[in-house]
Design a protein around this ligand. Structure first.
Ligand SMILES: Cc1cc2nc3c(=O)[nH]c(=O)nc-3n(C[C@H](O)[C@H](O)[C@H](O)COP(=O)(O)OP(=O)(O)OC[C@H]3O[C@@H](n4cnc5c(N)ncnc54)[C@H](O)[C@@H]3O)c2cc1C
Length: 303
């Protein structure tokens, strides 16, 4: 379908500033890689999301959902169809006692700050993980001593037939960096967290400690999507990659970070192919040297 056609269809339900045409995905991903999305929409409420999906289905337009793009690698050819970005426009939180409800687009760091301001403990681990709370709940993001599965109570989702309903944590089949929302057949609209009353100073100290550890160990000065690989059972991806002599190894603009070998960074104008080839090279070397299969944690979008 012609780009102008899709735009016209989306304008039925969205205002001009909620739709972007030919939007460079490198500006929406922490890797700073990716060609243009035909159309990007920035809905403000669940009703709009529902209508976007309905129109895409009716007109057979492919669509993709993203948060802040901090775990994404987008192809250089970009994305044909509609990217539904649930981030800055879809961002709200409500705290009642120890329960915190967040719209999917709320930055995880902001959710952690709200928990701190309410002396609620449980989200300290999340302080410093970029991305939205929706993306984090889908990825089961985690660090240090916690992961989203520890604090998610239930979620509100939209299925592709337009039904909005709640799912309890037990229905999400959480595992290490996984849950069944990764199948892509539902859009996460809202996350409800159950936190524990805590001590403001203790929570703050823990957050600051985690932040410092990140600054000390991670290459935060270069674009990346965080750890490129899942932790293999009983081992650490970064340690294996380092022992394989790959720290600083480069293909085109993509490089195994020389600060933390678990990160692949965009050291300058990296392309999709550069990153993919580097991931494959690292996997092959680690398999050959240690007989360990490294699984990539990064999600791939695009044609
Ligand atoms: C410097 C850096 C450090 C990082 N540190 C960590 C870390 O310590 N621990 C960790 O686990 N991760 C880490 N990450 C990875 C990343 O931040 C997390 O995976 C984060 O939770 C992704 O959120 P996002 O909003 O950016 O999701 P995106 O990257 O936009 O999307 C990720 C996946 O979730 C899906 N998705 C997103 N939102 C929705 C929604 N509302 N409904 C349905 N599907 C959705 C997308 O389709 C995609 O498949 C790091 C990344 C960087 C760049």
């Amino acid at each position: 379908m012609e780009l102008k056609e899709i735009y016209k269809i989306m304008r039925e339900i969205l205002s001009e500033d909620e739709i972007k045409l030919n939007e460079p995905m490198r500006e929406h991903t922490s890797f700073r890689i990716g060609g243009p999305a035909d159309v990007m929409v920035l809905p403000r409420n669940s009703e709009q999301v529902k209508n976007i999906v309905k129109l895409c289905k009716k007109h057979e337009i492919p669509f993709f959902v993203m948060g802040n793009g901090t775990n994404l690698l987008v192809r250089d050819e970009g994305i044909r169809g509609v990217v539904i970005k649930l981030a800055q426009n879809f961002n709200d939180a409500l705290v009642h006692n120890n329960i915190m409800k967040c719209k999917a687009g709320m930055p995880l760091s902001m959710a952690a700050k709200i928990a701190l301001d309410n002396s609620l403990s449980g989200l300290e681990f999340a302080h410093g993980i970029p991305g939205t709370i929706g993306g984090a709940a889908v990825m089961n993001a985690g660090a240090y001593d916690g992961e989203m599965a520890d604090v998610v109570r239930k979620v509100k989702v939209l299925d592709l037939d337009g039904n909005v309903f709640e799912l309890a944590k037990s229905q999400l089949e959480y595992g290490y960096r996984s849950c069944n929302l990764q199948k892509g057949d539902k859009i996460l609209l809202e996350v409800e967290l159950e936190l524990k009353p805590g001590n403001y100073d203790d929570i703050k100290r823990k957050m600051e400690d985690f932040s410092q550890r990140r600054k000390d160990k991670q290459p935060l000065n270069l674009p990346s999507a965080g750890s490129a690989f899942k932790r293999p059972p009983g081992n650490y991806a970064g340690a294996l990659i380092e022992q394989a002599g790959l720290k600083g190894y480069r293909i085109g603009g993509a490089m195994v970070s020389d600060k933390h070998a678990g990160f692949i960074v965009n050291a300058g104008n990296a392309t999709f192919e550069d990153v993919m080839n580097l991931i494959l090279h690292v996997q092959k070397q680690v398999k050959e040297k240690f007989n360990v299969e490294l699984e990539s944690e990064i999600k791939i979008f695009g044609d």
